[in-house]
Design a protein around this ligand. Sequence first.
Ligand code: FAD
Ligand code: SF4
Length: 448
Amino acid sequence: MSERPADIRVHDFLEVEQNLGVAEAVAEASRCIQCKKPLCVGGCPVSIDIPSFIQAIASGDFPTATRIMKQENLFPAICGRVCPQEVQCEGACILGKKETPVRIGALERFIAEWESIQDPILPVKAPPTGRSVAVVGSGPAGLAAAAELAKYGHNVTIFESLHEPGGVLVYGIPEFRLPKDVVRREIAQIASLGATLKCNHVAGRSVTVPELLAFDAVFLGTGAGLPSFMGLPGEDLTGVYSANEFLTRVNLMHAERFPETDTPVRRGSRVVVIGGGNVAMDAARVCRRLGSRVTLVYRRRREDLPARRAEIRRAEEEGVEFLTCSNPVRVVGSPCVTGIECMRMTMCGPDESGRPSAVPVPDSLFSLDCDIVIEAIGQSPNPLLLNEMEGIRKGPRGNVVVDDDCRTSIERIYAAGDVATGAATVILAMGGAKRAALSIHRMLTGDS
Ligand code: FAD
Ligand code: SF4
């Protein structure tokens, strides 16, 4: 898929990747050999019938391709853009053994863009059951659960604490990877299915737990929005942000346009981003677009960076500097950040995660000048609502403990997505939410 040149895109927030044209999509789909035992489907967390939707594209039958896709996934424009296909469907595609795998993600996105200029094809809805479900959170988990439950004919109300639905899709992932009008377009389908969306409703505060329990079932999709910090000396200096806060200010509140908007953000002339995942890449690339020089500091080696390979490449093309095998030990300044001290790291045997552990090299302290530090080292579930739910079982990282059917320790309350799994991916959140919706449906209707 073609990309806008780095020297142009680094000055704006427009999308980097471009859509496939019709001829390109048909040609790409025609590469699929229609395996009898398609490995790609096994690699898809929501089990889309990939060969069938690709075959429909190859024969130019885009409405059928859309219907097949939407049987399992109502959000192809989002997933086609942000799913890590290289380790899922495309990673499993048989063609990848000898050549380039079929570009399933690009085809998924193509079909979504084709549909966007037609009348939307909505899934068939079952007759009303008269049962009600509260969905808390409107990120990928909440949206997928709401869509499934509405399809089953239940009366669904979504409570979202922010003023706009979408969770990380709107406040975390930047516009240049996932345009917000694309997210809004796919979210609009939830309303078409009859679900009611209530923004500015904080469950555990403006919506109480007894109010939630007045519904026949409750689905928790509150995500993992609580940022982790390293606990460094100097972390309280002005100019230290969590990636979560920084990205929310820019993506959701358009702080880069302050005072035209309500929320300011500090634009650093030199920014240090700590971390090596997708969140770190997003923060670094946003800073480049705000005109900062950016150094990404990561404690392991380059090959250990957990972010998607394509995002690492794009960050590098856009001028983000990578400083690997380095770990911050202190933020310097008073009262504003003026620099950061780091130590060189070396790699040793595997740690508890199975990855090589990084240990400090003695006497290797060095300093970097900077005026902004952004920490992107992980998130955990926000305890606000969970603390209000007496008897809910939580894991060591504050996540809600669920069984295989996504049931929590409280009857009629189910959970999936990052609140249950810890920070993961969009499609894993959606896959878990679909399982939870099926369990809720069975509980409400007595179906086994
Ligand atoms: P969220 O998306 O976090 O949604 C939770 C929602 O619940 C939020 O809208 C929140 O406001 C709301 N909420 C929380 N508490 C309450 C309450 N008490 N009352 C009402 N509402 C509440 N994954 C990928 O697959 N590909 C990527 O490229 C990718 N990039 C990412 C980039 C960033 C910057 C981040 C942060 C994550 C990224 N991820 C990516 C991970 C992915 O976005 C998450 O795994 C996914 O969004 C989890 O979905 P969720 O619905 O569980 O939670
Ligand atoms: Fe087509 Fe690849 Fe799936 Fe086989 S594994 S059906 S070639 S997409």
